[in-house]
Structure formats: C-alpha cells, structure tokens
Design a protein around this ligand. Structure first.
Ligand SMILES: [Zn+2]
Ligand SMILES: [Zn+2]
Length: 252
C-alpha cells in the first residue's frame, strides 16, 4: 500500500482530531520518552563511554532519586496535555489545527515548512523564555526547570504547568498553525523538536556538541535563551557575547 493510499484510508476512517491525537502521542512516545530513556540509561550500561561524553562533571549529575522525581513531574505534564487534547476530541472541537488535505505534501514542501517552523519556534521560545526569567515570573514559574544545573534528557519537560504550556507546548503548536502547514509537516517538525530538546538536555556532547548552548543556560542561567542561537546572536545573549562583555568591563 502506498503512502498516499494509506493516508486516504486513514482520512476516510477517522476524524482529523483523532488522527492528530494518535500520531502526536506516538511521536511523543518514541521521540521523547524512548530517546530520553536511552540517554538516561547510558551511564548505567556504558559508564566509561558516558563519562567521556558528559559535558559536566560526574559529581554534578542528578541522583537516581532526583531523576525519578523528574519523571513524575514530566509524566504529570504529559497526562495533562494529552487529556486536554482528548477533551477536544470528545467535544468534537473544530477546525483541526493543521491542514488534512488528501494530497500529501512533497519532500520539498515538508522541508521548507519544517525549517520555517524551526525559525518561528526560535522567536516564540526565545521571548517566552526571556519573559520567564523576569523576577516577577522566575521564582514561581521557571525556577523548578533550573533545578537541574547539569540537565538530563527528561528534564526537558521538568516544568510547572504554566511553563509547560508557555514554553513547551506553544512554541511547538503555534508555528505549524500560523504557517497553515499540512499535518505531515507539523509531525515532522514535532518529531525533530522533541529529538532536539531531549538531546540538548541530555548533557552529552553528541551531534557536534549541540547540547552545549542549553547546557550552559542551565549552568549559568543568564545566557543562551534560544534554541538554535539565532535570537541569542541578535540580542547578544549567547555564551560568548556575555563572556566578551564581562572581559570588556574588566578591562575598562
Ligand atoms: Zn531558563
Ligand atoms: Zn532547559
């Protein structure tokens, strides 16, 4: 059965919101939970390899009890967001958040849409994240996420409910809706974003050290608020820019 026939068959059998719920849940399960589990169990199965690739020292890593507590908070957040989505299905909420056109998008359309979504996510997440660091919000809303100064993959969604909605759900949900992407493009973007967020919180130097920036944010708090570095470059809040400014201040 071709992808196009399979898609038509799915659309014929189920309402878009139901398809959306099941595919979103599968992506969360594979790209967030399974990948987080692999990163978290790495030190137990391959301690020497894991220690060689960790960005921060062993003594700063969270204990098994802290990781368990992290799991419970993340699980609660996922249950809440899945329940909200299920509620929308039961209430027969319309319209579906993305285009469910019968004709599937081609690779070029998917790639273009996903790249634009990453760009929009960078802008939304950066400003939401800067807002969460303001004194009137930080202690009650964002401080718990900073509990792990040496983060692990699961800590990506270790957040208060308010932060989970503002910083974890909105920057992923809004871009495909604003750009009116096909549902397939939105799932590619979601899968990429979850793989990226687990990797940048993993504390490992894999994928050319892509975790370094966000790891530095967890360690120093006042640098690297974005996801891909673009907005940090624009606002001079990247790790290097802040370091340069401090050096400059010392010299003067
Ligand atoms: Zn922060
Ligand atoms: Zn984080």
């Amino acid at each position: 059965m071709s992808a196009s026939t399979l898609w038509k068959d799915l659309l014929h059998r189920y309402p878009p919101m139901t398809i959306e719920f099941f595919i979103n849940s599968t992506i969360q399960l594979v790209c967030f939970w399974l990948v987080s589990a692999i990163y978290i169990f790495l030190p137990y199965f391959t301690p020497a390899f894991s220690a060689r690739h960790k960005l921060q020292k062993q003594e700063k890593q969270p204990t098994a009890a802290e990781i368990w507590e992290c799991f419970l908070v993340v699980f609660r957040n996922q249950v809440l967001s899945s329940s909200a989505q299920l509620g929308m299905i039961l209430l027969d909420a319309k319209p579906p958040p993305h285009r469910f056109d019968v004709i599937l998008p081609g690779p070029a359309e998917i790639a273009r849409g996903a790249i634009l979504c990453v760009f929009l996510r960078e802008i939304i997440f950066y400003y939401v994240h800067r807002l969460l660091h303001q004194p009137f919000l930080y202690p009650t809303v964002h401080k718990p996420h900073h509990r792990f100064t040496a983060p692990v993959a699961l800590a990506a969604q270790y957040a208060t409910v308010t932060e989970h909605i503002l910083a974890n759900i909105l920057p992923l949900a809004l871009p495909p809706q604003i750009l009116k992407c096909h549902a397939i493009t939105s799932w590619v973007f979601l899968a990429f974003s979850l793989l990226e967020t687990t990797t940048v919180h993993s504390g490992y130097d894999f994928f050319s050290g892509s975790a370094r920036m966000h790891d530095l944010h967890h360690e120093k708090f006042v640098v690297c608020f974005g996801t891909v570095g673009l907005m940090d470059w624009l606002h001079k809040t990247g790790g290097k820019s802040v370091e340069d400014r401090r050096l400059q201040a010392k010299i003067q």
